[in-house]
Design a protein around this ligand. Structure first.
Ligand code: PLP
Length: 391
């Protein structure tokens, strides 16, 4: 059941108390890197404390945390924990997926010309193996639409994988994954999604959308440390083809490392196979804590909060002076809100905001404003005021 109840003042205060809040700085840059909540820092501090000691013992806790992290992620993106694997970053997830699909020379991957470099370069790398990359130009304010995809796939029957971001990093456009997956499958291709700019901001039912593989780092909207990501894979694919990678940590040891040389244990075939070696212990522990926190707060409520913030921003903005770059329609909006001044350049606006204490990003000649659930409504009111003062 969807619960979009706004956070009460007390709940929001409790959320804010997870962070070191500066009176004069306003963090509106979650699309870059998320700040670390106290609960993540506490487990990282505790693991560092253990690492420094001469009496360390944490194997069982870490194995348990990996299982908890997979479960928490599954709750946020749909599917089950068996369909989740943890790895180092989004790019590794994309590379794992491409290896899983096993593209042959002459086959092609389709991406748009507005993809973040993680997907673009992972795709271009396949050219070394004779795989073609079909790059589709899209509207800089929008993204890939099913009708356009249908047309391009019709003209390129060798496309085996359609790959896209759920949300574009530079304009915040949120793709309609269900329709894109449908068109992709109609053309007998796989659908691969980089979810990093949307996961943690709103619910996602990955199995329901028809996505085949989803990957995402956790250091932005999921507020976890850098150097950790996950991959989700549709269970039917797991049954059909084994993980293209495997290693000693793709085996369930249950924290029992006393007999490592015995009979080989059975290896996990799905995304767990991507967990080839020693994990980022601290990151995995933090993901377990923070992922469970997100689950208890509720992604619908988180989304409600951000939608309200970006609505207030859109409502307060003087549109004779600023262009809203982001698509605000309910089916395409996201927590990323990009603007550019109609006179003057975006770099000057970015500097103005920075001088006034607002942390944002300059991306593709626009200022990217990315608030999240710890952001307060008063901060958006102040932002609107500071925007009015821009000349
Ligand atoms: C859409 C998108 N994908 C991926 C990344 C990061 O990729 P990785 O986790 O491989 O560093 C970013 C931003 O850093 C991004 O905006």
């Amino acid at each position: 059941m969807t619960d979009r109840t706004p956070f009460t003042a007390a709940e929001h205060e409790a959320i804010r108390s997870e962070f070191l809040v500066a009176d004069t700085r306003h963090y509106l840059n979650y699309a870059a890197v998320g700040p670390m909540p106290a609960r993540a820092r506490a487990v990282i501090d505790s693991i560092n404390d253990t690492l420094q000691r001469l009496d360390r013992s944490f194997d069982a806790e870490t194995d348990l945390a990996a299982a908890r992290s997979r479960t928490a992620v599954a709750r946020l993106v749909g599917g089950t924990s068996e369909e989740i694997g943890l790895l180092a970053n989004t790019s590794m997830g994309l590379n794992w997926a491409f290896a899983l699909f096993g593209l042959k020379p002459g086959e092609a991957v389709l991406i748009s010309d507005h993809e973040f470099p993680a997907l673009r370069y992972a795709s271009l790398h396949l050219q070394h193996f004779g795989v073609e990359v079909v790059t589709v130009p899209v509207d800089p304010h929008g993204g890939l639409h099913p009708e356009q995809l249908e047309q391009v796939l019709g003209a390129h029957p060798n496309v085996r994988v359609v790959a896209t971001s759920w949300v574009y990093f530079h304009n915040g456009f949120r793709h309609d994954l269900t329709s894109l997956a449908q068109v992709t499958h109609d053309h007998d291709a796989w659908f691969l999604v980089d979810g990093i700019q949307g996961i943690g901001t709103r619910p996602l039912d990955s199995p329901g959308t028809g996505v085949d593989v989803l990957c995402s780092g956790v250091h932005k909207w999921l507020l976890c440390p850098v150097g950790l990501a996950f991959v989700w894979c549709r269970p039917e694919i797991i049954r059909e083809r084994p993980s293209p990678w495997g290693g000693w940590m793709s085996v369930e040891w249950n924290a029992d490392y006393g007999d490592l040389l015995g009979e080989p244990r059975s290896m996990e075939c799905g995304p767990r196979g991507a967990e080839v070696g020693t994990q980022n212990f601290a990151g995995v522990r933090a993901l377990a804590e923070v992922g469970e926190w997100f689950g208890s707060l509720g992604l619908d409520r988180i989304c409600e909060h951000s939608d309200r913030l970006t609505d207030e921003l859109a409502g307060g903005l003087d549109t004779t002076r600023f262009e809203i770059v982001s698509d605000r329609r309910p089916e395409h909006r996201s927590s990323i809100f990009c603007i550019r001044p109609k006179r003057g350049d975006a770099a000057a606006l970015h500097r103005h905001l920075s001088r006034n204490g607002f942390v944002t990003s300059l991306r593709e000649a626009a200022v990217r404003i990315s608030p999240h659930f710890p952001t307060g409504r008063a901060e958006i009111e102040q932002l609107v005021q500071v925007l009015h003062e821009f000349s």
